[in-house]
Design a protein around this ligand. Structure first.
Ligand SMILES: C[S@@+](CC[C@H](N)C(=O)[O-])C[C@H]1O[C@@H](n2cnc3c(N)ncnc32)[C@H](O)[C@@H]1O
Length: 247
């Protein structure tokens, strides 16, 4: 049990230990061994307010059990995630106009089983919006795709077929990194990240971590002067492993 300052404690306050030290002492007392496989351990914060490319570099250092050699970006678009990166990445997109390495549908990937150490996925985020021509929404967020009433105006139905393929092309212990945003549509909160986690679990992935990426301003259609939901100023980077366990 963890103990910290409490009114019932009889220790003088100067003798109280910081929580981290208390935990460390208890772990030692309970003979809990710290993992030794990461020699260059650098902590990773659960909140990120920088560029995706920079975060991605840290994720690729942090989660794979060995340096990833084969990386697939399954929605590469203009390749902004890899600007300045020295990694060798196969970029795939369904739109030939983005000039990806491979033009293909990520629900039917032209790769053999267990080909990749890491798959990166940044699906179109907000269907049927983005009429504001002054912003480059279409390019940055893949808003060219629309979703029908039958699919509840969401992209959630596209997750299972992608996840089946991602699972197939990943090596055992491989990592799936997904950037995903919830949004408001039709006056309702659309829980894209929850849908994705559920679909990934059903496909056999183990959900391992979640990083909240924050942005300075919300993404909004200016036609909404008054909103009855909070303005979205964050999205998630979700981390999955093709494994029985995360660590
Ligand atoms: C949000 S953008 C990705 C942006 C990219 N990460 C970047 O930072 O440059 C989504 C991309 O997914 C692509 N896409 C949508 N459906 C796809 C599919 N079924 N297969 C492959 N690519 C798809 C779109 O063409 C679009 O370029």
């Amino acid at each position: 049990m963890l103990t910290r300052t409490s009114k019932s404690s009889h220790k003088p306050s100067s003798l109280l230990l910081p929580l981290e030290e208390t935990v460390a002492q208890e772990r030692t007392a309970n003979n809990v061994k710290e993992p030794t496989h990461k020699t260059n351990y650098k902590p990773l914060s659960s909140i990120w307010d920088g560029e995706d490319a920079e975060l991605l570099e840290q994720l690729l250092d942090f989660y794979p059990r060995a340096q990833p050699r084969a990386i697939l970006d399954a929605t590469v678009n203009g390749g902004r995630f890899w600007r300045g990166s020295k990694r060798s990445v196969i970029g795939m997109d369904i739109e030939a106009g983005h000039r990806p390495n491979v033009v293909a549908d990520n629900t039917l990937m032209p790769f053999g089983n267990e080909s990749f150490d890491v798959v990166v996925y940044d699906p179109p985020h907000i269907p049927n919006q983005g009429k504001d021509k002054s912003k480059d929404f279409n390019v940055r967020f893949g808003l060219v795709l629309r979703s029908s009433k039958e699919h509840g105006y969401t992209f959630s139905h596209t997750y299972p077929p992608f996840l089946r393929e991602a699972f197939r092309v990943l090596k055992p212990e491989g990592i799936l990194l997904c950037k995903i945003a919830d949004y408001i549509h039709d006056h309702q909160y659309q829980w894209a990240h929850v849908d994705f986690i559920q679909a990934a679990s059903a496909a056999g992935f183990r959900p391992c971590d979640c990083i909240v990426k924050i942005r300075k301003g919300p993404i909004i259609d200016p036609k909404w002067k008054v909103a009855h939901h909070s303005r979205r100023q964050h999205c998630y980077w979700l981390v999955f492993r093709k494994s029985e366990k995360c660590e």
